[in-house]
Ligand binder design. Structure first.
Ligand SMILES: [Zn+2]
Ligand SMILES: [Zn+2]
Length: 375
């Protein structure tokens, strides 16, 4: 299927400024929004199409890529746009306005006329990988997070230095306009000034009037002990910058705990398998068992069967809900059969087997009988 050109969809020229792209998108989104056109598939398609085009053209980086490569980026490119649910999150500032227009009516409930339209920044989500050992004491990680920051050139205002504020010609400074829709007259946020009532005569060149710019931030974050794999850690106020004084969104870290070579984890408990010589299991003795800290000595009582499980209390991982309490380490001890033996060792073992009546002609007792005999 051939895709329509994004500029064509939004009805803007290739050189259109960010503000014009946004304006055009708002107009199309209002017109084709599914809530306004219930059951109208064409409108829904148009709405999604416009949302996708806006998702790309409103993002400086993506727009530059699109200008260079068009739709031909294939799997990695603009198909990464994950349907229109996501466009709500990514472009909350634009959609928020639309929803208010739809459901809340006017901007009159939003405080003073022509005041700043603040909006909280989006939440971000990011994955981070840690070792099982890090679950024990927690870990300080340094992350590079690409996010939108308040533009330093214009302090988020979107105006170039020395620019003058002009009363918006479309709404005459009221921040809203009246639109007839059939029988109704609706009050809507002015699309020219975004409800500010005034406009700058010169946009800040650094952020193209957006008030925010993309930046990669280095952050040091302390991951607490006891985190389970796939759990989310909320870092308050480290999401994207808001619009005007809208406050930052939050950052969510999805913690992935790597598999360990020796231990298997179940919540706060650890499981490990170790081998002990036959003689130790038979006669009793001590073996050493690795933990996430120092090695522990495990007392093996005489006549210990193979695959017996021992518990080392309190040396497992901290519990996620209460890191002061630690789980257990469960140790499964299996018998170690020697791979190589000296002739002398073999002799001794044969002697023992003879003593115990274990050297038997093949037929005397099958393995099945022996199992039955044990029951
Ligand atoms: Zn700026
Ligand atoms: Zn206006």
């Amino acid at each position: 299927m051939t895709k329509r050109d994004y500029y064509e969809i939004l009805g803007v020229s290739k050189t259109a400024a960010a503000e014009e792209v946004k304006k055009s998108y708002r107009r199309l989104a209002m017109q084709h929004h599914p809530d306004r056109n219930p059951g109208d598939k064409t409108a829904e398609t148009k709405f999604k199409e416009a949302s996708e085009a806006y998702a790309v053209l409103s993002d400086g980086e993506k727009r530059a890529q699109y200008d260079q490569f068009g739709h031909s980026l294939g799997g990695r490119g603009f198909q990464g746009f994950e349907g229109f649910e996501d466009s709500f999150r990514g472009f909350g500032d634009v959609f928020g306005d639309i929803f208010e227009d739809f459901f809340g009516g006017s901007s009159s409930g939003r405080g003073s006329r022509g005041g700043s339209r603040s909006r909280r920044g989006s939440d971000l989500e990011m994955g981070v990988e840690i070792e099982l050992e890090d679950v024990l004491n927690g870990k300080k990680v340094t992350l590079e997070i690409p996010r939108r920051e308040t533009c330093s050139d214009c302090d988020g205002g979107g105006s170039a230095p020395g620019a003058k504020k002009q009363t918006c010609s479309m709404c005459a400074g009221r921040g809203e306009v009246r639109v007839s829709q059939g029988f109704f007259t609706l009050r809507q946020t002015c699309t020219q000034c975004q409800g500010e009532g005034s406009m700058t005569d010169k946009q800040c060149p650094k952020c193209q009037g957006q008030g925010r710019v993309r930046k990669t931030r280095k952050l040091e974050i302390q991951i607490p002990p006891g985190m389970e794999s796939q759990s989310r850690l909320k870092v308050t106020g480290e999401g994207e910058a808001g619009m005007r004084d809208g406050g930052r969104g939050d950052l969510y870290l999805v913690v992935m705990v790597k598999d360990h070579a020796l231990f298997e984890r179940r919540e706060s408990d650890l499981y490990i398998e170790v081998l002990a010589p036959f003689t130790t299991l038979a006669l009793g003795g001590k073996i050493s068992v690795p933990t996430l800290e120092e090695e522990e000595t495990l007392e093996i009582p005489p006549s210990t069967p193979s695959a017996k499980i021992f518990k080392i209390s309190g040396l497992g991982l901290p519990m996620m809900r209460n890191p002061k309490i630690r789980g257990e380490i469960y140790v499964r001890v299996d018998v170690e059969v020697p791979k190589k033996m000296t002739p002398e060792e073999k002799e001794l073992l044969k002697e023992l087997a003879k003593l115990r009546g274990e050297i038997t002609p093949q037929k005397k007792k099958g393995i099945f009988d022996r199992i039955k005999g044990n029951l």
